[in-house]
Design a protein around this ligand. Sequence first.
Ligand SMILES: [Zn+2]
Length: 309
Amino acid sequence: MAGDGAVSGEGARAPLPEVALVTRDRRLAERYPGSFLEVKDVSGLEQPPLAGAHAMISCFGDNRLAAEHPEWVQVNAEGLRATREASFFDWDSLCPSRPEVQRRLLDRFEEAARAGVPGVRLDDVDYAREGFCRCDHCEAEYARARAARPELGWLEWRAGVLTDFTRRAVERIERAAPGPRPLLTFTLYPDPLPSHQFERFGVDLAAVAPLVDAFVVPLYDLAYTTTYWLETLAWDFLEAVEAPLLIELYALHVEEGRLAHAVEVAGRYADGLLFAYEYKPERIEREMELGREALERGRRERPGRHAGR
Ligand SMILES: [Zn+2]
């Protein structure tokens, strides 16, 4: 197939969004085509996908399913369960290796692809923390894998579970889409060290990058009173990932001048900017405009791997 508009891989695909809104509000997603609509969030709440909006799906973060199926919750070797009752965790995390868990998610991806979405965004494709998951199912699956490959380390095996899941997602979406495959974006926890991504969250950046069209990194602050950390993280991610990078900023109630400065900084490093949870149309439109301007300047001036492009 011709690669018209494709950003990577085979087949014609829509171009990556330059600027877009992240929202739970269907009316806003309808008003601003190309928005990222949360069709399933970490609480487990769901709404149908919307043609014209990227479908954001929280994969292994799911409080509702964790309550219904406590046996599906991630657990470490000490028996600590990855739920909100434990320190460090803001939501409940399901075990990625469970076929029941994966099957439900793959069905959601298929539903989104059939609905004609421009993209599917995989959120929370990770383990809760280092040392997770050691549930009975993971132990049995790892033992089975090691019987075939005795040198297979546990960290490598668990990262492979997430890579295989991502590959299945791509295949399922590709098969179900009536037209060109929707874009696939993959959210990363905002820690740019590849060793942390691997050892802590089980994400093998180098293995996942060729499967996705872009990574999304949320760099949230409620006020953006300082931005040096934003610049550090953005630049580090630019160097760490071999795929286009979308940076997601928190926009709701952030003072306009502060947000403009954050946009300026992030636009220097990102291939696209997402604005989370803004709901006032005049502000949304202003933010999009600022975002486009910052990206344009960034393309001319940005350091790192894009230098000289
Ligand atoms: Zn498990």
